[in-house]
Design a protein around this ligand. Structure first.
Ligand code: TRP
Length: 328
C-alpha cells in the first residue's frame, strides 16, 4: 500500500473550509493508503503566539479530527511535537537545503512581509515540512494547491540527500502532491478564501441556527436581483460550490435547473443546502461534544498515535544517521 502523509496546523475548531479542503478527504483516504496524519504544532510556533491559545487550539483540532471520522485504527494520527524525530531530521535537511530555494518561497515572502522581525523558523518552515513527509518516506501528500511549492522543495531535498548518501538506490522517494478534489473554497462573502479570522466561514461545531445565520446573507450570483430573474450557478460565489460539497448529485442537478429556470429563489436554495449541511455535520458536532468531556481518552488516542509514528520515525533516523557518519 502506498504511504501518504499530511499535516494540518492547530488552528482551533475546524470550519467548513479546512474540513472540505483537507479533513473530509483524509477520512476518505485513510482506508485506501497507509496513512499518517499530523497536527503540525512546530509549524504553528513559527509566528508569534500565546501559550494558552496554542494549547486550546491544539486540543480543539485533535478533537475535530477524531470527531470528523479519522480513525486511529485505520491511520496513524498524532501531534508533531510528540515525535521528536521530526525536528531531528529537519536539522539534517537544513544542511542540504539551498538558502535561495527558501528565500524564493511565496509563503515565506507573504508571512515575513508583515513581521517586525523575521525569525529563522519562518524561513525554514518548508524544511520541517520536508522532514515531516520524508521521515515516513511517504509517496503521496494530500494537500491543496497552495502547498505545491513546498512539495517541490521537499523533492529537491530528497534528491540532494539521495545524491550524497544513497546514490545507487534512492533512499527517500520524491513525494508527489495528491490534490484535494474540492478546489479552493471561496468564503461566504464571495471574495476571500475561507478562514476563521476573516469571519467568512461556518464552524463545524456551529449550531444549526448559527449556520443558518451565516448562510442566509451569503453571496450568490450578483446579477440575480430577484427570484423571477434566472440565475447562473456558475456565477454563484458561495452557495453552489457548497452544494457540490454537501449535496447529492441529484440535488446539485435540481439546484442548477431551479436556479436557471428561476423556480427557486436563493433563500429556497440556501434552505436545501442548510438541511444537507446539518445532516452531515450534526453527527460530527455531537461526537466532538462527547470527546470534550473525555480529555483523557483524546490524550490516550494521540499518545498511541505518536508511539506508532515513532516506530517508523526511529527506523528512518537510524538509517539516515548511519549513512551520514553520525553515531546513534
Ligand atoms: N504547510 C501545511 C499547511 O499550512 C501544513 C503542513 C506541515 C503539511 N507539514 C506538512 C502538509 C506535511 C502536508 C505535509 O497547510
Amino acid at each position: 500500500m502506498p504511504r501518504i502523509f499530511s499535516g494540518i496546523q492547530p488552528s482551533g475548531e475546524l470550519h467548513i473550509g479546512n474540513y472540505l479542503g483537507a479533513v473530509k478527504n483524509w477520512v476518505a483516504l485513510q482506508g485506501q493508503f497507509e496513512a499518517f496524519f499530523c497536527v503540525v504544532n512546530y509549524h504553528a510556533i513559527t509566528l508569534p503566539y500565546a501559550k494558552a491559545d496554542l494549547e486550546s487550539r491544539t486540543r480543539e483540532m485533535a478533537i475535530g479530527l477524531l470527531a470528523s471520522g479519522l480513525d486511529p485504527a485505520k491511520c496513524t494520527l498524532f501531534i508533531q511535537s510528540q515525535v521528536p524525530e521530526h525536528t531531528e531530521l529537519a536539522w539534517i535537511f537544513n544542511t542540504l537545503t539551498p538558502l535561495g530555494e527558501l528565500e524564493r518561497q511565496t509563503q515565506f515572502k507573504e508571512k515575513s512581509a508583515w513581521q517586525e522581525q523575521v525569525m529563522a523558523g519562518i524561513l525554514n518552515y518548508p524544511v520541517l515540512q520536508a522532514a515531516d513527509i520524508l521521515l515516513y518516506r511517504a509517496d503521496l501528500v494530500p494537500v491543496g494547491e497552495d502547498q505545491i511549492q513546498h512539495l517541490e522543495l521537499s523533492r529537491v531535498i530528497a534528491r540532494n540527500w539521495n545524491a550524497r548518501f544513497s546514490p545507487d538506490a534512492p533512499y527517500f522517494p520524491e513525494p508527489q502532491p495528491k490534490l484535494t478534489p474540492t478546489r479552493r473554497i471561496v468564503g461566504l462573502d464571495g471574495q476571500a478564501k475561507m478562514s476563521k479570522s476573516v469571519g467568512n466561514t461556518v464552524g463545524l461545531m456551529d449550531s444549526p441556527e448559527a449556520m443558518w445565520d451565516k448562510l442566509r446573507p451569503a453571496v450568490t450570483d450578483p446579477a440575480r436581483q430577484k427570484k423571477t430573474d434566472p440565475g447562473d450557478p456558475d456565477k454563484c460565489a458561495a452557495i453552489f460550490p457548497l452544494h457540490r460539497a454537501f449535496s447529492t448529485d441529484t440535488t446539485v442537478a435540481e439546484v442548477e435547473a431551479n436556479c436557471r429556470g428561476a423556480k427557486w429563489g436563493c433563500i429556497d436554495c440556501k434552505k436545501v443546502l442548510h438541511a444537507n449541511m446539518v445532516a452531515e455535520l450534526t453527527p460530527i458536532r455531537s461526537r466532538a461534544a462527547e470527546l470534550k468531556t473525555a480529555p483523557a481518552a483524546v490524550d490516550a488516542a494521540f499518545a498511541e498515535g505518536a508511539e506508532k509514528a515513532r516506530a517508523v520515525a526511529r527506523a528512518t533516523i537510524a538509517d539516515v544517521k548511519s549513512r551520514m557518519g553520525l553515531p546513534q
